[in-house]
Design a protein around this ligand. Sequence first.
Ligand code: SAM
Length: 255
Amino acid sequence: MSRPTVARTYDALLGGKDNFQPDRDAAVAVEEINPGSTQLCHENRAFLSRGVRHVAGLGIRQFIDLGSGLPTVENTHQVAQSVAPDTSVVYVDIDPIVLSHGRAILADTPGTSVVTADIRDVDSVMSAEETRRLIDPSQPVCLMLVSLLHCIPDEDGPFDVVRGYLDRLPAGSALVYSHLCASDVEAGRTFTRRVHELGMDWGRIRSPEECAQAFDSLEIVSPSTDGTAPRVLVDCDTWRNGDIEPRPRPTPPEK
Ligand code: SAM
């Protein structure tokens, strides 16, 4: 509680209540280092909802939400089950606080569970009792990697980890993915260094080319409903796919 964590700092940036003073201080510092970070978090969260709704609309009824974070508004199971109530969702996060808060919100929700695990250990996640109980490996699965891979250092092979999951999923599966990204490599390095100076192990900004490795051998869904927009990596707020909800306009955290 004396040091900020990724899950709680992100919760503070989203205006949530599940955080402590060091997390709130970190949220203010992140906004100072990179003005617009609060807005970005809200846009990322709105993208997550659109992505889940899109995948649920394709008929996929199983989701594994890696690095799911603390429960907030429009959690994956709420969005997916609003499309199809029989959808199963396994939340996975390294931070045990996600399990304790997740249990409270999921207690009466059939078809959902939380696993505390490090996503780098693909076997542990996929063979966890809750994963085996809720996920049928013969049916398509939506893998969610939203705002997570920038927590994984290069030396741990983040994109090999992605491949490790995708290789275990059947044809017809889907990936919902976002990553902190910057074309300006130097600016990205500065952001990463300053986040690490705050005592947090995330914020690894990668170039668009590096981020796109998650899509290797996958077909990218067009960001527009009519399918005419190029199938390339885009800003998460641009990936609309028919949804015309307004851009979130949050208030940045205050000291
Ligand atoms: N996916 C959610 C979203 O986009 O709204 C939450 C993203 S939050 C920025 C990143 C989450 O990943 C945090 O809850 C953190 O605890 C979790 N995380 C970081 N490293 C992880 C790891 N190695 N294994 C599992 N979870 C991890």
